[in-house]
Design a protein around this ligand. Structure first.
Ligand SMILES: Cc1cc2nc3c(=O)[nH]c(=O)nc-3n(C[C@H](O)[C@H](O)[C@H](O)COP(=O)(O)OP(=O)(O)OC[C@H]3O[C@@H](n4cnc5c(N)ncnc54)[C@H](O)[C@@H]3O)c2cc1C
Length: 345
């Protein structure tokens, strides 16, 4: 007899794990607090080894059919300077989360998974058989920094590269073309001392400072109201999977700084890594604690190095001293560009 797995959280990690388990015949119930489709604060730029995880699970074709845009180039900008576009060492895929999450939810249901959408898991405990895939844990960073994210879709914006990264002293904004001829605009910002959560005026932050290259792109465009979303209380401190008490996948383990565009990839990868230990637990081949340790070891081996480099990159990108040189070098040094790209995914 196969034991049933409960997954709490129907974001990318939870859904991908649910699909992987259903492909192995494991009974799965998935709880998702929201209803599909929904917008999420995300750069919607999928880059890294998670794309191969999706391919191995047979999910790549669906993304392409849903209109995912292949990104091949990237360009960096500061408030005063710009670097010429560079080829991405590996292509990325850009797809709205509104489409992506629903696509995976449909696939999960098609495979016979039980989806309880619109239902919040209220338990504080995650006993044997329950996986935590609830995304990031809301908290401030240890250094007192308060981070928040904003997202909006826009139309009729010309970009010089498939991905544009605009950095400023207190955050950065990524622009990329997504399905349906839209451009996703997503920013991560450090909250000013004493400022409250993002409010109406907060959305203007996505347009950048007047005179900056970002403002030249977005100064006059209208945000698609339905796509606007915000998230606060982000922690960019990294944690090891081995530190977590629960069986976790995705951001519930740790969040990689969004500047890398690798968080979704880590969600897919950790889900794929979790399929075998959970399948073996479900078949009574290993104890729950053993399955948890197997996953933690796999995740820590796979992610530790990239998390460390991503943290360094995040610090450099936000440093008033290093920001300018970094943008300059990103445009000039092929070696540096490839090195950072490789280290953070
Ligand atoms: C500003 C910003 C920009 C980003 N840009 C990119 C990018 O360009 N590329 C990239 O790869 N990554 C990016 N990321 C990171 C990426 O969004 C995350 O890494 C990814 O969404 C993690 O997936 P997840 O499934 O772990 O969590 P989520 O996608 O957050 O899903 C968690 C789910 O759990 C549900 N949930 C929570 N609590 C409960 C409960 N009690 N009961 C039931 N359900 C619950 C939530 O409703 C949610 O659907 C960005 C993040 C931010 C903040």
């Amino acid at each position: 007899m196969t034991k049933s797995v409960t997954i709490v959280g129907g974001g990318l990690a939870g859904l991908t794990l649910g699909i992987g388990l259903r492909q192995r015949g494991v009974p799965v119930t998935l709880w998702e607090a929201g209803r599909y489709p929904h917008h999420r604060v995300c750069g919607e730029f999928i880059s890294g080894r998670g794309l191969a995880s999706l391919e191995r699970m047979g999910l790549g074709v669906g993304l392409t059919a849903a209109g995912a845009v292949v990104a091949r180039t990237a360009a960096f900008f500061s408030t005063t300077s710009s670097a010429r576009p560079r080829a991405l060492p590996f292509p990325a895929l850009c797809l709205s989360r509104h489409v992506l999450d629903e696509l995976l939810a449909q696939e999960f249901c098609k495979l016979g998974g039980e989806l309880r959408s619109g239902e919040r898991w209220l338990g504080k405990e995650f006993p044997e058989g329950v996986v935590r895939a609830m995304g990031r844990r809301a908290q401030g960073d240890g250094d007192g920094a308060r981070w928040f994210g904003l997202k909006a879709h826009v139309r009729n914006v010309a970009l010089t590269a498939d991905l544009e990264m605009h950095v400023a002293p207190n955050g950065y904004v990524g622009l990329c073309r997504i399905n349906g001829d839209a451009v996703n605009v997503c920013g991560l910002f450090r909250r000013d001392g004493g400022a409250k959560s993002p409010d109406g005026a907060g959305w203007e932050r996505l347009r950048g400072q007047p005179g900056s290259p970002l403002h030249q792109r977005l100064g006059a465009v209208e945000f698609d109201e339905k796509s606007l979303c915000a998230v606060a209380g982000l922690s960019l401190r990294s944690h090891r999977a081995g530190e977590r008490e629960e069986f976790c996948v995705g951001d519930a383990i740790t969040m990689i700084p969004p500047v890398t565009g690798n968080g979704m990839s880590m969600a897919f990868e950790s889900a794929e890594l979790a399929v075998e230990p959970l399948t073996r637990w479900s078949r009574d081949e290993v104890a729950w604690s053993e399955a948890k340790q197997m996953l933690a070891r796999r995740c820590d081996t796979t992610f530790a190095r990239r998390l460390a480099w991503a943290r360094c990159l995040q610090i450099l990108v936000l440093s008033a001293t290093w920001q300018g040189p970094l943008v300059f070098l990103a445009g000039r040094s092929e070696w540096l560009w490839r090195w950072w790209f490789g280290r953070t995914r």
